[in-house]
Design a protein around this ligand. Structure first.
Ligand code: ZN
Length: 507
């Protein structure tokens, strides 16, 4: 049994100027063929889970490409073609019995809105109609009819924060193996509601998502159902086809046709709950004031509008500017992506003084550089390992990184954005969040799991940025109307489909 496996993940934010080119993937993870198993076996994200199940089943694994980038703007056509070509060339080298693709689901190309649909279509063309293709996806995926058509199964994270990446990899691999062995005949069913909601309000431990997900998972245990997923979609996508999707995988076409009505019902329940997906935001000065009157710490302030996990460049200094202006004398940690500031720190050397500006360089629409004068405490290569509940055991690469001390504020200046969901990136630079009064991160929700056990409080602050929770602050051109939250109280058109009915039956 020969099973091909590939990974191609980037969450695109169409409001971000910077396009994701091959360098973005190279800086994060770009592995070809034989490089994949040694690097990713034993890790705790999807690839690790999938590889473990495939190996345990005695499958001959055909590794394609494993490309993963931190979120950014749309991916360049050249980058997409390169990764797709490398995958297809390895698929063409010999017949396979099944294909597992580890995807995000919200990747947008500079010239096309549905990257995953295009990739699945190309892979389907290569392997033909009878080889099962299973894709795993992020809960923030924007599901298209094309993805549903081309895949035999789409399996999503059941949690946000995404603490089930590894489990999702194992679920996808098990479903693929069952399909390859002919034990099941998966068919994808989907229904999509015309709504987008802030990421801050879609945590699966909070209502309304907790209840909706519980219902989806009850349905998964019904006879003839193989998998159910909710894709609440990341909202920073100005594309013509966007919405909240319910996706199920049924065993056989009869069950799938029946499941379509059930998927539509669940999509209508998500629609009915739309006003309850709220983001609570605090003004920056108010958040700092409240933090300073609390006993102890740390208080985590998240600038989610500059969320590096949501594509933003990570160069906002909105909170830093206020900490400096208010003369905060307690220990604070702030991170910022700013290659020239890093270069200045490296030029000054450890112990040297830097007199420069930080932030506001990568996207001047949302952030203004802040002048600082400080001392360089530490310089290093910026490599660290995620140790929290997500991406566990995988590497993060900040590029050259400097700690610049300005009064009581330690600024972690890095060349490249990384997910700021895990204190590991501060700790790698010798900065301990537990010992600070205020810690600034750039994440909508995922930081809560990793900071929650020791944080005094955690608040999202309302700052400008490409991943703001205030969706009406952004300028939209392509989205379909009516669409919640820009329109409300209209009869929702729930679109639905049953996939793979057109393909030749398997022998
Ligand atoms: Zn996500």
């Amino acid at each position: 049994m020969r099973i091909a496996i590939g990974q191609f993940q980037e969450e695109s934010n169409t409001f971000v100027l910077q396009k994701a080119d091959l360098r973005f993937f190279r800086d994060n993870q770009l592995l070809y063929g034989d490089q994949i198993l040694p690097a990713l076996s034993g890790t705790r994200a999807e690839m690790g889970g999938a590889l473990e199940v495939l190996a345990a089943a005695g499958a001959e694994i055909v590794p394609l490409v494993a490309a993963h980038s931190v979120s950014s703007g749309p991916v360049t056509r050249e980058t997409f073609e390169h990764v797709a070509r490398e995958m297809l060339a390895r698929l063409a080298a010999g017949p396979v019995d099944g294909v597992l693709l580890v995807l995000h689901g919200s990747m947008v190309l500079e010239d096309a809105d549905d990257a995953e649909g295009e990739l699945l279509e190309a892979v389907r063309r290569q392997v033909g109609p009878n080889v099962p293709i299973v894709a795993t996806l992020d809960l923030h995926a924007n599901i298209s009819a094309r993805m549903v058509e081309q895949a035999d199964a789409l399996v999503g994270y059941g949690t946000y924060p995404h603490v089930d990446m590894y489990d999702t990899g194992t679920r996808g691999a098990r479903l693929l193996l069952a399909a390859v062995r002919g034990e099941v005949r998966p068919v994808v069913v989907f229904a999509k509601a015309p709504m987008i909601v802030p990421a801050e309000g879609m945590g699966t431990r909070d209502e309304p998502m907790a209840g909706l997900m519980a219902e989806a998972k009850r349905w998964e245990r019904a006879p003839g159902m193989l998998s159910t997923s909710l894709f609440a979609v990341q909202p920073w996508l100005d594309v013509s086809d966007i919405g909240f999707s319910v996706v199920a995988v049924a065993d056989g076409e009869q069950r799938a046709l029946q499941a379509e009505g059930e998927a539509r019902e669940l999509a209508l329940k998500a629609w009915a709950a739309r006003h309850r997906f709220n983001a609570e935001l605090l003004e920056v000065d108010e958040a700092i004031r409240r933090a300073l009157v609390l006993d102890g710490g740390p208080v985590i302030l998240s600038e989610s509008a500059d969320g590096t996990g949501a594509g933003s460049p990570g160069d906002s200094v909105a909170v830093l500017e206020r900490l400096l202006a208010l003369g905060v004398a307690e220990r604070c940690l702030v991170s910022v992506v700013d290659p020239p500031a890093v270069a200045a720190a490296f030029a000054a050397g450890v112990g040297g003084e830097v007199n420069t500006t930080v932030g506001g360089r990568l996207d001047p629409r949302y952030s203004t550089p802040v002048p600082i004068r400080g001392r360089v405490r530490l310089l290093f290569d910026g490599d660290f390992v995620f140790t929290g509940s997500e991406f566990t055991g995988t590497a993060g690469h900040m590029g050259r990184t400097a700690v610049i001390q300005v009064g009581s504020i330690a600024i972690l200046a890095m060349e490249r954005p990384v997910m700021t969901i895990d204190p590991a990136y501060y700790r790698a630079a010798g900065l301990e969040p537990r010992e600070a009064k205020i810690v600034v991160v750039k994440s909508a929700l995922q930081f809560r799991d990793n900071y929650g056990p020791f944080a005094r409080a955690m608040w999202v602050v309302d700052t400008p940025g490409a991943s703001t929770a205030n969706l009406s602050r952004l300028t939209w051109h392509k989205i379909p109307r009516p669409l919640y939250p820009f329109d409300d109280d209209f009869p929702p058109e729930i679109r639905s489909a049953v996939g793979s009915l057109h393909r030749a039956p398997r022998s």
